[in-house]
Design a binder for this molecule. Structure first.
Ligand code: GLA
Length: 387
C-alpha cells in the first residue's frame, strides 16, 4: 500500500473488520514504524540514538467475544486463524509475533474471553523501519485496552521488549519500540540508553525529504555478524578496564582510553565508531535545531563512512547507493540505516530535486546490478495512538 493518511488507513481497516467479523470494532490502536536519523550501533553500547516515527502504521482493530477464541485476520496477507485462549503455541510461522503478544498478556493478566482482531498496515517490510516493533506495540496496546488492564507507555515498552527477548528469542534492544511509542510529530527523539530517558529535538528542517533506498540485500542472513559486533564492543571495553584497573561503562569511554587497545585494531575501530557516533549525534541535535541542511548532510555522510570503515557493517550494494546518490543533484547526505550488512540507506534530499534524484539513483543502480532498488519517501509522525 502506498502513502495513505492515518485516517484513510483507519477507515480501510474498519471496512475490512466489518466485512470479516460482521460487526463494528470497538478498539483501535495505531503504531508507527520509524527511521533512525543518527546513532547507529549505539543502543546496546549504552549510547545515544535519534529515531522518529514515520507516516506508516500498523493498525489493530478489536471487538470482544463471549467465548474463549481469538479470531485473527491479517488483512494485508488475507490470512485468517482461529485459536483458543488456552492453546496459544508459537510454531515458527507467520503469526508468531501475534501469538507471542497474546501469550504474554494471557501469562501476566487474568483473561478468560477471546477477541476478534484485525491487523492492517502500510509499513514497508524489509526496509528496516521496524514493522515488527510497530505490530507488537499496536497489538499490545489494543489488548491492554480491550481487557481494561491498567497501562502506560513504559509498561507497553517493557512488555514488547519481553515479547522479543523471552517469547521470540530475539536479543534486541528497545530502540524500535521506544520510537513507536514515544515519538512526537516533527520532533525527533533523543534517547539516552544509559538510563533509558529521552528528550525531543527542536526541528527546523524544511524544503527537503527523507528518502529510504532499499538495496534489497537481505539482512536476516547475516544476524551473526550483528552479534559479532556486540561481542567485539564488550571485549574492547573489558580490555580497557583491565588496563586501567577501572569499571567504566561503555558510555564513559573516551578517545584517549582507546590508545590502550591501539594494537587491537578491530576492537579499537569498533569502539572509536561508538564514541564518535555519540559525539556526532550531539552535533546533529544543534544542526537540526538550526535547520542547516548542509551540516546535517555532512554528519550523515560522516556517520556512513564510520559505519563503513570502522564498524564494517556496509556492503557493495549500499556503497553504490551512497556513491550514486552523492553524484546526483539534491543530495545533502545519507548513510546506511539500521543493523547493516544490506538493508536500506537514509538520505536527506532537496524537495525540488526529489523526483529526478530518485529516478537517477534507480537508473544508475540498475545499470550496475540489473535490478531496481525500492524507494520510499517518509515523513515524520506521532507515536502510538489509541482510539
Ligand atoms: C538493529 C537493532 C537495533 C540497533 C540497530 C543498529 O536494527 O534492532 O536495536 O542496534 O540494529 O543501530
Amino acid at each position: 500500500m502506498d502513502r495513505i493518511t492515518k485516517n484513510q488507513l483507519i477507515s480501510l481497516s474498519k471496512n475490512d473488520f466489518k466485512k470479516e467479523f460482521c460487526t463494528n470494532c470497538k478498539y483501535i490502536s495505531l503504531a508507527p514504524g520509524r527511521i533512525n536519523i543518527i546513532g547507529e550501533h549505539t543502543d546496546y553500547n549504552l549510547g545515544l540514538a535519534m529515531p522518529i516515527a514515520i507516516d506508516r502504521w500498523i493498525c489493530v482493530l478489536i471487538s470482544k467475544r463471549e467465548d474463549s477464541n481469538f479470531n485473527i485476520c491479517l488483512s494485508n496477507f488475507n490470512k485468517k486463524s482461529n485459536i483458543d485462549l488456552n492453546s496459544l503455541v508459537l510454531d515458527g510461522k507467520f503469526n508468531d509475533y501475534v501469538i507471542a503478544c497474546l501469550k504474554i498478556v494471557k501469562d501476566n493478566f487474568k483473561i478468560n474471553k477471546g477477541l476478534n482482531i484485525l491487523i492492517k498496515g502500510n509499513i514497508p517490510i524489509g526496509f528496516g523501519v521496524s514493522s515488527s516493533a510497530a505490530l507488537e506495540v499496536s497489538l499490545l496496546a489494543g489488548l491492554l485496552k480491550a481487557y481494561d488492564i491498567k497501562h502506560d507507555l513504559s509498561s507497553i515498552l517493557m512488555l514488547s521488549n519481553s515479547v522479543e527477548n523471552n517469547y521470540l528469542g530475539i536479543n534486541s534492544g528497545i530502540l524500535d519500540q521506544y520510537a513507536s511509542l514515544y515519538s512526537k510529530k516533527n520532533e525527533p527523539l533523543l534517547i539516552d540508553f544509559s538510563n533509558s530517558t529521552h528528550v525531543y529535538v527542536e526541528n527546523n528542517i524544511s524544503n527537503s525529504e527523507w528518502v529510504l533506498i532499499n538495496s534489497m540485500v537481505n539482512r536476516e542472513l547475516v544476524n551473526s555478524k550483528y552479534n559479532e559486533r556486540v561481542k567485539e564492543c564488550s571485549k574492547g571495553l573489558i580490555l580497557i578496564n583491565k588496563k586501567l584497573h577501572s569499571k567504566k561503562n561503555m558510555n564513559e569511554l573516551t578517545v584517549e582510553d582507546l590508545d590502550l587497545i591501539k594494537n587491537k585494531k578491530i576492537l579499537f575501530n569498533r569502539l572509536k565508531h561508538v564514541i564518535l557516533e555519540n559525539r556526532r549525534l550531539k552535533l546533529m541535535k544543534n544542526e537540526i535545531k538550526k535547520g542547516n541542511l548542509v551540516e546535517i548532510g555532512r554528519l550523515l555522510n560522516e556517520s556512513h563512512s564510520s559505519l563503513t570503515n570502522l564498524y564494517k557493517v556496509s556492503c557493495d550494494e549500499i556503497e553504490s547507493i551512497i556513491n550514486f546518490s552523492t553524484a546526483c543533484s539534491g543530495f545533502y547526505g545519507g548513510r546506511i540505516m539500521g543493523g547493516g550488512f544490506g538493508g536500506c540507506t537514509l538520505s536527506l534530499v532537496s524537495k525540488e530535486c526529489l523526483d529526478v534524484f530518485i529516478k537517477d539513483v534507480i537508473s544508475l543502480f540498475y545499470d550496475k546490478y540489473q535490478y531496481s532498488p525500492k524507494v520510499e519517501v517518509v515523513r515524520f509522525s506521532d507515536g502510538l495512538e489509541l482510539k
